[in-house]
Design a protein around this ligand. Sequence first.
Ligand SMILES: [Zn+2]
Length: 138
Amino acid sequence: MTDFKHCHLILECAKCSVLNYMDPFSFWNFTGKTKCAGCDTVYAVTYSNGQKMKGPDAAEGKPDRLPGFAQTKDFKTQYTTPDKVSPPAYARDPANKHGPTYKNVRGNLVAAGKLTAADLQGSRARFIVEGTPYKPSS
Ligand SMILES: [Zn+2]
């Protein structure tokens, strides 16, 4: 079987060999505890700028963050329930398919009006609007 232990953002469980995908957006700069979706073993990990700096080391207690997705090595079993993996981060509510909608002077609906900072939550454009420079965690 292929060995994934050298992969930075794939946590291969030492006990059950389940591949836990550390979702890049939430684990890019992360220090804390996560748990294996297969056997619920808690691991302490440290990631900086998408690189594994420390761990996975066995730990105790509640996990700070769950993996984004997990599956077995034969790709036949996937873990997608909220108690095993974290829900995806959406830029907006999935039920809301596009940005704000307005009516023009004729009363017709016009899609894609001017966006506010709240509309850009989780998006690259928000990062630019806020003007917060990128800083890797040390
Ligand atoms: Zn496991």
